[in-house]
Design a protein around this ligand. Structure first.
Ligand SMILES: Nc1ncnc2c1ncn2[C@@H]1O[C@H](COP(=O)(O)OP(=O)(O)OP(=O)(O)O)[C@@H](O)[C@H]1O
Ligand SMILES: [Mg+2]
Length: 392
């Protein structure tokens, strides 16, 4: 099974490209499901067929579904809400607070992701393509399993789903345990590089360059693989045309080319270009045409260009400092001038890059070493640590 997630800023073409990819996978003989998690559903419009909360056939081997987590009343959802409420109530928050917390923004995304996993795990489809919401929501969605797990860990002071239930009431412990296992299963699915990858869609405009870099950094920090960067709505090259319209096109294309050149920087996956069509790409024929530019007849599951591997294992590299202590290198693509903040939280290192925070468990060797300094360059962060103080 493969899981492809499409994300990018609002209106850049996520739905169109996810729909085109799904249709091409099906035409290559793979049973495919395209899922929209964006509350503003337009997947049905892209295919020109009605779709709902249950998978529905679009064409041979291709199904589509639009998840509406806000209106899900299924028992599984109630169960997840109950686990979350009990877990939070057990941590000393009173019932009302806990109830309010379960309707916080973010919970919808957690539910949507749970539904994506449930559908993917039915093994009914070989490929599952997800048309996610805009980048900010997707990042929050992808960060949520880990964020909530870390929050619970901190509230309870131990890994509740692995520890004994003696420190708290049995019912609460079992809810926390279930929720913990559930969050871990979501995180495992998202960070499994054999199964899941993200394709980032952008339009070649100056404002998107910085945002694209930030998104790549945030995804790398979470150990999520990006295997495609797609620049959509590229102006056609006007060639030998003359006249006012041609010079407008030429100027616009020149500007877009400059942005693309800027994007082909360090740590970026290769760019795939899709031209701006005169007509809206709606319906299977128009989508097939888009797909031809995207994949050039090749397998849509093949990586379109991989960012440097920032998997958990590859991300950290420890070297002994000849002057004593250690250096820990954390590889993430960073823009010069990026705002990086580091803090030690117990055995974790809290790394905040441009507002995105991630807890990274310190390797065992370094847990008793004090952080004595840090610096960053385009390749990532280097943390300087002192000598181990005691053997734990
Ligand atoms: N290459 C293209 N050429 C012409 N029109 C395009 C192209 N790609 C997308 N469009 C059109 O642009 C509009 C926005 O595309 P789409 O809905 O796929 O974007 P989106 O990123 O999913 O937007 P949203 O953030 O609102 O969900 C649609 O009307 C779509 O048909
Ligand atoms: Mg969309």
């Amino acid at each position: 099974m493969r899981l492809l997630l499409f994300t990018g800023k609002g209106g850049v073409g996520k739905t169109t490209l996810a729909a085109a990819t799904g249709a091409t996978l099906a035409s290559h003989g793979r049973r495919t499901l395209v899922i929209s998690t964006d509350p503003a559903h337009s997947l049905a419009d892209a295919y020109g067929v009605p779709l709902g909360p249950e998978p529905k056939e679009v064409t041979r081997r291709l199904d589509g579904v639009q998840i509406d987590s806000r209106h899900l009343v299924d028992a599984a959802w109630e169960e997840l809400r109950r686990q979350l409420r009990d877990a939070l109530a057990g941590a000393g928050l009173d019932a009302l607070d806990a109830e309010e917390l379960t309707v916080l923004p973010g919970i919808d995304e957690l539910l949507a992701l749970t539904e994506v996993r449930r559908l993917a795990m039915t093994k009914h489809w070989h490929s599952v393509v997800v048309d996610c919401g805009p980048t900010a929501e997707t990042l929050r969605l992808l960060a949520l399993p880990e964020a909530i797990a870390a929050y619970l860990r901190r509230l309870y002071g131990w890994q509740p789903w692995q520890g004994s239930s003696s420190r708290t009431k049995r019912g609460v412990a079992s809810s926390v345990a279930q929720l913990g296992r559930h969050l871990e299963s979501l995180r495992d699915l998202l960070t499994d590089h054999e199964i899941t990858s993200v394709r980032l869609v952008l339009t070649p405009e100056r404002v998107v360059v910085a945002e694209t870099r930030r998104t790549l950094t945030a995804l790398a920090l979470r150990g999520i693989k990006v295997d495609g960067l797609i620049a959509n709505r590229l102006m056609p090259a006007p060639g030998m045309w003359r006249g006012g319209a041609a010079s407008w096109l030429r100027a616009r294309r020149k500007q877009q080319d400059e942005v693309l050149a800027e994007l082909r920087g360090v740590g970026m996956p290769e760019l795939t270009l899709v031209e701006h069509r005169a007509e809206e790409p709606v319906g299977l024929d128009a989508l097939a045409d888009i797909s031809q530019q995207l994949y050039r007849g090749g397998d849509p599951l093949a990586p379109m260009g991989e960012a440097k591997d920032h998997g958990e294992a590859a991300m950290m590299h420890i070297t002994a400092n000849p002057r004593g202590g250690y250096r820990l290198r954390i590889a993430v693509p960073l823009d010069p001038g990026t705002d990086v903040d580091l803090a030690r939280v117990d055995d974790d290192l809290a790394i905040t890059i441009d507002g995105f925070r991630r807890l990274v468990a310190l390797p065992r060797l370094l847990r008793s070493c004090a952080v004595v300094g840090a610096e960053s360059d385009a390749e990532g962060i280097v943390v300087h640590l002192g000598e181990p103080e005691e053997i734990r």
